[in-house]
Ligand binder design. Structure first.
Ligand code: AMP
Ligand code: MG
Length: 327
């Protein structure tokens, strides 16, 4: 049993292949990186179109199996940028139709969570999903990933990237801000801290941090203050969710999960609440085809297939709209 998964929601065109046990046989990607500004949806789609066949070929070559040996084709059906999503969807439909094998529409957010669960072997974790497009706190309850808290405006990763652009750092800004913040001497410049119940908001923080830069504040100090503020906000809602749900596992996933300072803060909060801390391996923190293939495998086991007629992309498909039939 081999499932091939295609990821194309935003910057990454990825192809992953897993076997019946979820073991990753191949995980190949090509990442679009804008020369200036943020991700331009049409440019991302053009990148995906140009790279998709090469990425597919690379992935197939790594496994040593032939297309005919594949048992199902999974693809990121949403949420994401419509033009980018369509490239993966077209590729998946063409493959599934030609090979006469099932097509599996995967929710990208569910895939991040499932892959992190697979690696961490967490049983019933509180999951913090922090990426370029999403900031959500979730637990599986009665067959759905219930959202406890989320951003009310922009995602944490997006906020970091937008600040990075204002500071003339190359895209993506997150890792560069982390590197600069590490050099700070501990001077903290006060910034807006916005937590509303279990929800977060980052745009006021972004505006204020950009203003500090304009006023001539030291970039290292602003990066440090920005990280400390944003991560403290995340940590506060995580702590409240842990206390409320009494979950004994805390699992962090998504691109921002690669940040060491954030992990350090979440680790402290997990320890204080006697929860085991786990994080997705940094290699798989960002978007990848393997997570789509693995979630496709979970769907395939439950025989939840996506007919061609229902394979349209769903740019606004939320995590909590998916019925989780496994676990
Ligand atoms: P994803 O959308 O899951 O592919 O994650 C991409 C996001 O993760 C971007 O916003 C990056 O800036 C962010 N990111 C990646 N590495 C780091 C890091 N070390 N610290 C903070 N953010 C990061
Ligand atoms: Mg993602």
């Amino acid at each position: 049993m081999f499932v091939l998964g295609i990821e194309s929601t935003a910057h990454t065109l990825g192809v992953g292949i897993v076997d019946a046990d979820g073991k990753i046989l191949a995980d190949v990607k090509s990442v679009y990186s804008p020369t200036e500004g943020g991700i331009h949806p049409r440019e991302a789609a053009e990148h995906h179109q140009q790279s998709c066949l090469l990425v597919l070929k690379d992935a197939m070559d790594q496994t040593g199996i032939s297309l005919r040996q594949l048992d199902a084709i999974a693809f990121s059906q949403g949420p994401g940028l419509p033009p980018a999503l369509r490239v993966g969807a077209v590729m998946a439909r063409a493959l599934a139709y030609t090979l006469k094998i099932p097509l599996l529409g995967v929710n990208h957010c569910v895939a991040h969570v499932e892959q992190a669960r697979f690696f961490s072997k967490a049983e019933r974790p509180l999951v913090v999903y922090l990426s370029g497009g999403n900031t959500q706190l979730t637990t599986l309850e009665s067959n759905r990933y219930r959202i406890f808290g989320e951003t009310l405006d922009i995602a944490l990763g997006n906020m970091l990237d937008m600040f990075g652009r204002a500071a003339k750092l190359a895209h993506p800004g997150g890792p560069k801000i982390e590197e600069l913040a590490r050099k700070a001497d501990g001077t903290y410049l006060p910034l807006p801290y916005t937590v509303k119940g279990m929800d977060l908001a980052f745009s006021g923080l972004l505006t204020a941090a950009k203003r500090l830069l304009k006023e001539g504040a030291d970039l290292v100090t602003v990066c440090y203050s920005l990280q400390e503020t944003a991560f403290a906000m995340v940590t506060e809602v995580v702590e409240r969710a842990l206390a409320h749900t009494q979950r004994t596992e805390l699992l962090v996933t998504g691109g921002v999960a690669a940040n060491k300072r954030l992990r350090e803060m979440l680790q402290i909060v997990a320890k204080n609440h006697s929860a085991r801390f786990a994080s997705v391996p940094p290699k798989y923190a960002g978007d990848n085809g393997a997570m789509i293939a693995y979630t496709g495998l979970l769907l395939q086991r439950e025989q939840i297939e996506t007919p061609l007629s229902a394979s349209h992309v769903m740019p606004k498909w939320r995590l909590d709209q998916v019925k989780i039939e496994w676990h």
